[in-house]
Each structure stands twice: as structure tokens, then as C-alpha cells.
Design a protein around this ligand. Structure first.
Ligand code: ADP
Length: 367
């Protein structure tokens, strides 16, 4: 168990690619920290620098109280789990799991005890004699997890461990990692490009883009109070609806004017948005904050808009409506009972207390 501290860390690869740009992270003891972002944003490089598999160009990394910049990977007392499992094909499951301990000359009875304990946790006791090619993808990933667990490391580093699994197995393994984490009570740093994995697993989420940290917070803060347009758009499924428009003032009230519709802002937002009067802004509303007017009791003309319903997508428990205002397309996520007619205009009510505004130039959150 250990806290991990990444201070002003930059990585420039040979050839000049700045993969990680002045990143700062504080990972508490026993915390599950998820690094998330699109492909190429520098997540794996950051993780690999913590592991000691990649040299740091500048900055400092501490694991526990130890500055590890010059400590080789094998002496950092961390265990890494990779997307491709990295199992030795010619070794049995037992040999794969015990390899690290044998290398470190652990006594035989201790090796057997630790492997047994890990196989019980992971439900793979019956696989000990098999070779990796005789295992399914999910079983291989369990063996890779087992190999990490037997080391009892100070921290686990996971690099996209579920990406090679099919959708159903991925959801199942996600729950298992969650249980594992509760049981092991250790520090985890977990890299994924999948925002659902980030939201469901992380105590804290670090959203990265172009080598830089965009925001670091708990999942609900990231969802409800994104720091900028990129974070708002990356976290959440379906993605947040973003529309460009203008802030208007009429009879001492502020409105967002999209071009085809106008909606009144809630008064709590006036203070901050007054400075944007007459200016272009980006308006954001999540799909679940848009309702079919037929099912809303307190609609007012000032938060109701009209749009054409182009596609209705029933998903069983809910329905996605693909809408078009005449200027922007957007998505509403409504209850399963909603079945509007396709290719007709419909009235929609926006929950204006939940909307977001972003500065058009800086793309930072205004409110
Ligand atoms: P992510 O894990 O977010 O997909 P990476 O950390 O793998 O991103 O990569 C970040 C950037 O660094 C990318 O532009 C990638 O092409 C580049 N990169 C990664 N590894 C190397 C390398 N060994 N040499 C040069 N460039 C690299």
C-alpha cells in the first residue's frame, strides 16, 4: 500500500513527440485512480513512467516516500497488468502466476500459499495445470491478475486490462475488478479509453487530452461539473449535446438564442452569464435533461422548444430520440413509454437548471 505522487512530469519521446506535458497527480493510499482519455492522449506513457518502464524527461515520481526516478521497474514494488495479458505461453497457469515469486527466491511453501489464495479469489483453482492457449480470454486475464496479486505489491497499475474482451465479459470483469479492489485494499492506477469503465471503477478520474490533465475529480463531479467542453463531451453516454448560440437580454431576463429557438436561463445563472450578454457561447445539455412535453406537468413556453424527431431508438428501459432543431441535431434520452412519431415536429422541455455554458474561445466552463 502506498500513495503515488507525480510532480511536473513531462515525457518527450525521441523524435520530439511530447506525449506527457507537465502532469501532476496525487494518488492516495488505497485509492482507485483512473486515467481516461482518447487514444494518444498520454495515459499509457504516464502509467509506464510510474511503473519504471519508460524514462521520465523531467519531473519527479514518488511511490510511498521513495523518489523512484532512478529506481528500476523491478525494484519499485508495483505490479502491472496489461491489455495483452503478457503470459508465458510455454508455462502452466501455476508457473505463470508464481514466476515473479520464484525469481525473487520466495520459499516454496509461501509461493504455493500465495498462488492458492489468489486462485481462490479469482475462481481459477481448476486451471492451474493448463497453458495459456488452453484458456479463454477472460480466464487469461484472470491469470494475469493472479500473477499481480501474488506479489502483494504496494500498488497495481492496469493498462487497458479489459480491452481485448468482448462486451459482455468486459462488464463482468469490471465488476470483478471492483470486488478485487475492495478485497485487496491497495492503491490502483487504471488506464482506459472507456468512459464507462472510468465512471464505474474510479474513486477519482483524471481526464487527459494531448498529454495534459484536463480535470481530476470524483466521477460525479466530472459528470456534473466538467471543467471544459472537452471533459463534458468525453464523459457521458450518449455524449452531451453542444450547440453554439448567443446570450440575449430581453426585459431584464437572459435567454440562450440558438438561432431556431430561445430558452430562458434560470436566475441563478444571471450573475455569471451577464458578462456574456450579446456574445456567442456554447450551450450544453445532457440527453437525460430533455423531456417530451407530453409527459411534463410544469412546462412553460420559456423552456420549451420545437424540433423534428428524426429517429426513435427504443432500448428497452429507455428511448433515444434523435432530434433536429433546424440548426443543430441533438439527442434526448426519455422514458420507455415515449413513442413520438418519426419525421414530425414535437415539443420538448429542457431542464434549464441542469444546462452548461462554455466559453467559445477558451472552451472552459462558464457555469
Ligand atoms: P494513450 O495511452 O493515451 O493512447 P500513449 O501514452 O500511448 O497514449 O501515447 C501518447 C503519444 O506518444 C502518442 O502520440 C504516441 O504516438 C506517442 N508515443 C507513444 N509511445 C511512443 C514511442 N515509444 N515513441 C514515440 N512516440 C510514442
Amino acid at each position: 500500500m502506498a500513495q503515488i505522487s507525480v510532480r511536473d512530469v513531462t515525457k518527450v519521446y525521441k523524435g520530439g513527440v511530447k506525449a506527457v506535458d507537465n502532469v501532476n497527480l496525487g494518488i492516495e493510499n488505497k485509492e482507485f485512480m483512473v486515467l481516461v482519455g482518447p487514444s494518444g492522449c498520454g495515459k499509457s506513457t504516464t502509467l509506464r513512467m510510474i511503473a519504471g518502464l519508460e524514462e521520465i524527461s523531467s519531473g519527479k515520481i514518488w511511490i510511498g516516500n521513495r523518489l523512484v526516478n532512478d529506481v528500476p521497474a523491478k525494484d519499485r514494488d508495483i505490479a502491472m497488468v496489461f491489455q495483452n495479458y503478457a503470459l508465458y505461453p510455454h508455462m502452466s497457469v501455476f508457473e505463470n502466476m508464481s514466476f515473479g515469486l520464484r525469481l525473487r527466491k520466495y520459499p516454496k511453501h509461501e509461493i504455493v500459499r500465495r498462488v492458492q489464495e489468489a486462485t481462490e479469489i479469482l475462481g481459477i483453482k481448476h486451471l492451474l495445470e493448463r497453458r495459456p492457449r488452453q484458456l479463454s480470454g477472460g480466464e487469461r486475464q484472470r491469470v494475469a491478475l493472479g500473477r499481480a496479486i501474488v506479489r502483494k505489491p504496494q500498488a497495481f497499475l492496469f493498462d487497458e486490462p479489459l480491452s481485448n474482451l468482448d462486451a459482455k465479459l468486459r462488464v463482468q470483469m469490471r465488476t470483478e475488478i471492483h470486488k478485487l479492489r475492495l478485497r485487496l485494499q491497495t492503491t490502483f492506477v487504471y488506464v482506459t479509453h472507456d468512459q464507462t469503465e472510468a465512471m464505474t471503477l474510479g474513486d477519482k478520474i483524471v481526464v487527459m487530452k494531448d498529454g495534459k490533465v484536463q480535470q481530476c475529480a470524483d466521477p460525479m463531479t466530472i459528470y456534473d461539473k466538467p471543467a471544459n467542453k472537452f471533459v463534458a463531451g468525453f464523459i457521458g453516454s450518449p455524449p452531451i449535446n453542444l450547440m453554439q448560440g448567443r446570450i440575449l437580454k430581453k426585459e431584464r431576463k437572459l435567454y440562450f438564442d440558438e438561432g431556431k429557438f430561445q430558452v430562458k436561463l434560470v436566475e441563478d445563472m444571471y450573475g455569471v452569464l451577464a458578462a456574456y450578454e450579446g456574445k456567442e457561447v456554447i450551450f450544453g445539455i445532457r440527453a437525460e435533461d430533455i423531456y417530451d412535453k407530453l409527459f411534463v406537468s410544469q412546462a412553460s413556453p420559456e423552456n420549451t422548444i420545437r424540433a423534428a424527431c428524426e429517429v426513435v431508438e427504443p432500448l428497452g428501459s429507455e428511448v433515444y430520440l434523435y432530434l433536429n432543431s433546424g440548426k443543430n441535431t441533438f439527442i434526448a434520452r426519455v422514458g420507455a413509454h415515449n413513442r413520438p412519431e418519426v419525421n414530425r415536429d414535437m415539443d420538448l422541455v429542457l431542464d434549464m437548471s441542469k444546462v452548461h455554458f462554455f466559453d467559445r474561445e477558451t472552451e472552459k466552463t462558464i457555469i
